[in-house]
Design a protein around this ligand. Sequence first.
Ligand SMILES: [Zn+2]
Length: 198
Amino acid sequence: MSAFLEPFGGAVCLDFANTLDGRATAQPAEYLHTYADLARWSAFAGLIDGATSARLRRHDAEASLRAALGLREAIFEVFAAIGRGQEPPAGPLDEVRRRYAEAVASARLVPGTSSGGKFIWEFTGDEPDRAWWPISVDAVRLLTEGPLDRVKTCAAEAGCIGLFVDTSKNRSRRWCTMDGCGVEAKVQRQARRRAARG
Ligand SMILES: [Zn+2]
């Protein structure tokens, strides 16, 4: 079993934002304490393979972890605003752009295998920042291609503020997961109903 949160974001950049869980609770849960955690998460999310992750983990790359966490918080600010129908704040939006520019400066354009001949950014080598580079690319892809009208935050008011792309047919998804905040909300509703009945 993985020590990471099961991904529910529907986009890698949102799953990355969700690695700080329970943002609106008294005890947010941080999943990325060290650079090694970041390299492990990157493999967990399918951004690098296991062998690359193991090589990257030999680095003690505190600066890369800081850069990744800065990117993560910028992604959160930008997409949480979008999810609430607000304009994303300028600072975080520029942080996403800046990290994306850094990432593609180190990437090659190669034909993709699964996207109908479309080219993709390819990252190689053992530069520690490789663990987060593809996340910045995914964030810009989601910003430029959408579907932004499907980006939502979890409806639990004092819960995770998890971000996800709602792919349900009638756009009715409200929770990060039904067995996460979804079930908590249900329990609270039932408790209120019981209390109201006295
Ligand atoms: Zn939630």
